[in-house]
Design a protein around this ligand. Structure first.
Ligand SMILES: [Zn+2]
Ligand SMILES: [Zn+2]
Length: 154
């Protein structure tokens, strides 16, 4: 399992390979030392049960998707179709636009899920079984505030 932990001081994303991770990691951005605690389930890539950074046990699942990639496909599609549209080839223009949207959809559908910690936004990637539910705004509001008070951001 791989974890992207976020530094509570400067918010830098820190990559942690759980299999050979130690009990603490030093932030490359600000030098803050994060203590990490991995449960047995996490060590064996079975489940994400307790967050190694904030010790919370509330997670949600989202598509492991980089919005920039999808947007690029659509923008290129729109540019190419605009050229055909300019030359009066409406049908080709529309099919290219539709094709770009379709590619976008395919890319999106093929991506795996990533588990995210509600409190500290750590991300968990691996072969483990996905047990978390989808994002809930109310839960996020409550837990994020709780965590930010804990680390002294509020
Ligand atoms: Zn930092
Ligand atoms: Zn966390």
């Amino acid at each position: 399992m791989r974890v992207i932990a976020h530094c509570p001081k400067c918010d830098a994303g820190l990559l942690v390979i759980v299999a050979d991770a130690s009990e603490s990691i030093k932030c490359g951005g600000c030098g803050h030392v994060l203590s990490l605690h991995f449960s047995d389930a996490m060590r064996s890539d079975a489940r994400v049960d307790v967050c190694p950074v904030c010790r919370g046990s509330d997670f949600y699942i989202r598509k492991d998707f980089d919005p920039k990639v999808g947007l690029t496909v659509v923008v290129i599609g729109a540019l190419v179709s605009a050229v055909f549209y300019w030359f009066g080839e409406d049908l080709i223009a529309y099919s290219i636009l539709g094709g770009a949207a379709l590619i976008d959809l395919l890319v999106y559908g093929r991506l795996g899920d990533v588990t995210v910690c509600y409190r500290c936004h750590s991300e968990f990637r691996g072969k483990y079984e996905r047990t978390a539910s989808h994002f809930d705004l109310h839960t996020a509001d409550v837990l994020e505030q709780e965590y930010e008070r804990k680390i002294g951001r509020r």
